[in-house]
Design a protein around this ligand. Structure first.
Ligand code: SAM
Length: 220
C-alpha cells in the first residue's frame, strides 16, 4: 500500500541529489536551480525516458511508477546506462509513487513542460473510470503543474480509452489540441508509439493506436 513508500511533503522536499547526483552533488548543498520539467506517468520499464534522455540531454525528467519491482528495474537500468556511457543519462530518474495521489507533492505550479501518459491501464468498467489516470479532476491537477504552453501526450491501443482521454482533454477549459502541423514538427510525437515497451508490443502485434496531444493554455 501507499504507506510503504515515502512521499515528499512538498516539491521543495524532493531530494534531487538522490535522483540526479551529477547535477546535485550532495544533498542540502544544492548548487543548481534546475527543476524536473518532463514527467512520464506510469513509466513502466522506462523506454520513453531513455529515448528522451539523449534527445533533451539538459532537461531533468522523472518517471512515476506504482509497481515496486518495475521501479527498481528502471533504477538499475538507468544506473547501468550511466556507467556504460559516462556523462550521459544523468538527467533521468524514476520514483515509486501513486501519481493519482501525489503529483502536487512533486511539482510546483507551472513547473512542467511535458507530461506523458503512454498506454495507461484501461479500467474498462464504468465504475472503474474514476481510476483512469486521465479524468476531468486529474486534468485540473495536471493543468496546475504544467506551465502555459506545456504539453500532455497520451496514447493507447484501447479505442474506448483513447476516445475518453481525448474527450476529457477537449472538454477541459485549459487544454487545446495541437494542430497536424505542430504534431508533425514535434520529434517527441514519433516516440509515443515506438519508445516504450508497451508501444513496441502493440506495434509487433500490428495493433492500432489512438493518440491525443494537448497544450496547456490560459482559460478563455
Ligand atoms: N508507459 C509504459 C509503456 O508504455 O510501456 C507502461 C504502460 S503499463 C500498461 C501502465 C503502467 O502504469 C504500469 O506500469 C502501472 O504499474 C503504472 N501505473 C498504474 N497506475 C499508476 C499510478 N496510480 N501511479 C503510477 N503508476 C501507475
Amino acid at each position: 500500500s501507499d504507506s510503504h513508500f515515502p512521499v515528499p511533503t512538498s516539491p521543495s522536499h524532493v531530494d534531487y541529489s538522490l535522483h540526479y547526483p551529477h547535477y546535485f552533488p550532495s544533498s542540502g548543498q544544492i548548487n543548481s536551480s534546475k527543476k524536473i520539467q518532463f514527467a512520464d506517468i506510469g513509466c513502466g520499464f522506462g523506454g520513453l525516458l531513455i529515448s528522451l534522455s539523449t534527445l533533451f540531454p539538459e532537461t531533468l525528467m522523472i518517471g512515476m511508477e506504482l509497481r515496486d519491482k518495475v521501479t527498481e528495474y528502471v533504477k538499475e537500468r538507468i544506473l547501468a546506462l550511466r556507467l556504460a556511457n559516462p556523462g550521459q543519462y544523468q538527467n533521468i530518474s524514476v520514483v515509486r509513487t501513486n501519481s493519482m495521489k501525489y503529483i502536487p507533492n512533486y511539482f510546483e505550479k507551472g513547473q512542467l513542460l511535458k507530461m506523458f501518459f503512454l498506454f495507461p491501464d484501461p479500467h474498462f468498467k464504468e465504475k472503474n473510470h474514476r481510476r483512469r489516470v486521465i479524468s476531468p479532476h486529474l486534468l485540473d491537477e495536471y493543468a496546475y503543474v504544467l506551465g502555459v504552453g506545456g504539453i500532455i501526450y497520451t496514447i493507447t491501443d484501447v479505442e474506448e480509452l483513447g476516445e475518453w482521454m481525448r474527450a476529457c482533454l477537449e472538454n477541459h477549459p485549459m487544454f487545446e489540441a495541437l494542430t497536424e502541423k505542430e504534431l508533425e514538427a514535434d520529434p517527441v510525437v514519433k516516440l509515443l508509439s515506438s519508445a516504450t515497451e508497451e508501444g513496441q508490443k502493440v506495434a509487433r502485434n500490428g495493433g492500432l493506436t489512438f493518440q491525443a496531444v494537448y497544450r496547456r493554455t490560459t482559460p478563455s
